[in-house]
Write a protein that binds this ligand. Structure first.
Ligand code: SF4
Length: 487
C-alpha cells in the first residue's frame, strides 16, 4: 500500500460527476459554497446517526476516525490494522490513484475483506451506486484480499417489536457486478478530474440542468447570482427546464425579452403577461366555484407528521409517517392536539381529530395530500373509526388548487406555490419564525420527546404548536383573501 497524497475524495469525485466547475470550486474556492440549509444539515445528522447504528451489525471494531487526527495517520493506522488482520474496522482509510476513501465498515470474513457503505435511505439511488462503485474501485486496487462491497440501506419491511434489531433493520446489496463493469470508467474519470486541477483554470460551464441533478449544486448562489433577478426567465412557472435553458442560451434572460411566438401554451402566455404587467391572473368564476363548496361553519386545519428513519414506536417501520400534531383555526376559535408522550398516541390523535372537527362543515387545508394520507393510515389502523375519519376527510377543501391551477397568480409567487411563499407574497399577517419546514418540525418533535427538562420541553412544544398554527392561520387568511376578491 503506498503513501500518496490525494487530490480527490468521494465527495469531490461526485461533484466532478455533476459539474467540472463545481468540482473546481470545491477544490479551489470552497468559501464560495452556499450556506448549508437547516434541512440539509438535519439530513447529514441523520446519516451520521444511522452510520453509528449500523456499526452494531459488526460490533467491536476499531474506529480509525476516532483514533487519528489527520489522513496520513488514518492511512497508517488502517495499514497497521490490516497487517494485524483486524476483524472489523470502521472508517478504514485508503488512497489510490490520488483518491481518498473512508469505508464505513470493513469486515474480515474467512480471510477476505468485505466493505459496507451505509445509507440512511430505503432505496439505492444512482448516486449511491456511483459512490459505492468508486469505493469498490479503490479497494480492489488497494487491498489484495478484498472481496466485495455492499450498500447497506434501511429495510422498509422491518417492523419494530420491543427493541431495535440492527440485523433486521438494515438490508444489504452487493455492488460487485456494476463496479467490475465500470472499472475503466472510474480510471478515466479520475484522470479527467485530475486534469481539470492541473490546468488550474475555472471550467467554462454555463448554468444548466446539471445545477439541479442529482442535487441542487452547492455553488448555486455564485453561478446563479445574475440569473436570480425578479424578472429572470427562470422565475416563470409552467415553461419547463428545456425551454427555460433554451431561452437563456439564446440570450433571453428576462421575461420581458421573451418573444410571444416562442410560447405555444396559452396559460404560459397569460403568466408571462402577468409578469410584465404586474397584474395578477384572477379567474373569478373558478374562485367562486370553490368558495361555493365551503359550508359554514368553517375552520382551517394543518397536521404535522414524524417519519423517523429508525422506528421509535412499536409496530412501525422505518420512515413510516406518524401524525403527531394538528391545529385548527376558525373565526374565533383555536384548538390543537399534540402526541406528547413516548407511547403510541395515534388512536388519541384520531379521536381528537374527529371530535375537534365535528362542529365544522368544511375544513380548509392547503395541499391535502399529506392530511389525506394520514387519515387513510389511521383508518387502516383503527377500522372502528373508518366512518368518522372518512367524514373528516370528506369535509376537506384544498385551497392550494386555486394557485396550482393558476386561477389566481401573481408574479411574486414566481414558480413556487408553497403556503409560505404565497402567504409572504400576499403579505398576509403570519410569521413563520423559528421552524421553517416540516423536516425542522420533525427535529423539534424528536427533541421534545427525548427532553427531560420540563422547561425545555415546554418551549419546544410551544414552538411546534406555534408553527402549526401559523400554517392554519395562513390558510384561513387565504380563504378570507379569496372571499375579498369575490366582492
Ligand atoms: S451552479 Fe451549475 S454551473 Fe455552477 S458549478 Fe454548480 S452545477 Fe456547475
Amino acid at each position: 500500500m503506498s503513501f500518496q497524497t490525494y487530490t480527490l475524495s468521494k465527495s469531490s469525485f461526485l461533484k466532478f460527476e455533476q459539474c467540472a466547475k463545481a468540482f473546481f470550486f470545491h477544490k479551489n474556492f470552497p468559501y464560495l459554497r452556499d450556506k448549508i440549509s437547516v434541512d440539509k444539515q438535519l439530513t447529514f445528522n441523520r446519516g451520521h446517526a444511522i452510520g453509528a447504528l449500523a456499526q452494531e451489525l459488526f460490533p467491536g471494531g476499531v474506529d480509525v476516525s476516532k483514533e487519528t487526527k489527520n489522513t496520513t495517520d488514518a492511512v497508517t493506522l488502517t495499514n497497521e490494522l490490516l497487517s494485524k488482520k483486524s476483524k472489523t474496522i470502521y472508517e478504514a482509510t485508503f488512497i489510490f490513484d490520488k483518491v481518498l476513501v473512508m469505508i464505513d465498515i470493513l469486515n474480515l470474513e474467512n480471510d477476505k475483506y468485505f466493505a459496507y457503505e451505509v445509507k440512511s435511505s430505503l432505496k439505492v439511488s444512482e448516486t449511491y451506486l456511483m459512490d459505492a462503485c468508486l469505493q469498490y474501485y479503490i479497494l480492489k486496487n488497494s487491498l489484495p484480499n478484498f472481496e466485495d462491497l455492499f450498500l447497506v440501506t434501511m429495510n422498509g419491511d422491518y417492523v419494530l417489536e420491543e427493541i431495535i434489531e440492527p440485523k433486521k433493520l438494515f438490508k444489504k446489496r452487493s455492488v460487485k457486478k456494476e463496479a467490475e463493469k465500470n472499472f475503466v470508467f472510474f480510471g478515466e474519470k479520475i484522470l479527467a478530474a485530475n486534469l481539470v486541477l492541473e490546468k488550474n483554470v475555472i471550467p467554462n460551464i454555463s448554468i444548466g440542468k446539471q445545477c439541479f441533478k442529482p442535487y441542487q449544486c452547492d455553488y448555486f448562489g455564485s453561478c446563479w447570482k445574475n440569473s436570480n433577478s425578479a424578472d429572470s426567465v427562470f422565475n416563470l412557472p409552467l415553461a419547463g427546464k428545456d425551454l427555460l435553458f433554451a431561452w437563456n442560451e439564446s440570450g433571453v434572460k428576462t421575461v420581458g425579452q421573451i418573444n410571444d411566438e416562442t410560447i405555444e401554451n396559452k396559460l404560459l402566455l397569460a403568466v408571462k403577461n402577468s409578469f410584465i404587467s404586474s397584474k395578477p391572473i384572477v379567474d373569478l368564476e373558478k374562485i367562486a366555484q370553490l368558495l361555493l363548496k365551503i359550508k359554514q361553519p368553517v375552520a382551517a386545519l394543518d397536521m404535522e407528521i414524524w417519519s423517523p428513519a429508525v422506528p421509535a414506536i412499536k409496530g412501525t417501520r422505518p420512515f413510516q409517517q406518524i401524525p403527531f400534531l394538528f391545529c385548527i383555526n376558525a373565526k374565533n376559535e383555536q384548538s390543537y392536539f399534540l402526541c406528547e408522550n413516548k407511547t403510541d398516541n395515534r388512536k388519541d390523535f384520531a379521536i381528537e381529530l374527529i371530535q375537534q372537527t365535528s362542529a365544522y362543515n368544511s375544513i380548509l387545508v392547503f395541499d391535502k395530500t399529506m392530511e389525506e394520507q394520514c387519515i387513510n393510515s389511521l383508518i387502516g389502523l383503527f377500522e372502528e373509526l373508518e366512518d368518522p375519519l372518512t367524514t373528516v376527510k370528506n369535509k376537506f377543501i384544498d385551497l392550494s388548487d386555486i394557485f396550482k391551477n393558476f386561477n389566481y397568480y401573481e408574479s411574486s409567487f414566481k414558480n413556487n406555490f408553497s403556503l409560505k411563499t404565497i402567504s409572504e407574497a400576499l403579505k398576509l399577517e403570519v410569521s413563520f419564525d423559528k421552524i421553517r419546514s416540516g423536516l425542522e418540525a420533525m427535529n423539534y418533535y424528536e427533541k421534545m420527546r427525548s427532553e427531560d427538562n420540563p422547561v425545555e420541553k415546554q418551549l419546544l412544544k410551544e414552538d411546534l404548536i406555534s408553527y402549526c398554527f401559523s400554517d392554519t392561520k395562513a390558510t384561513y387568511l387565504i380563504y378570507k383573501f379569496l372571499k375579498e376578491l369575490e366582492r
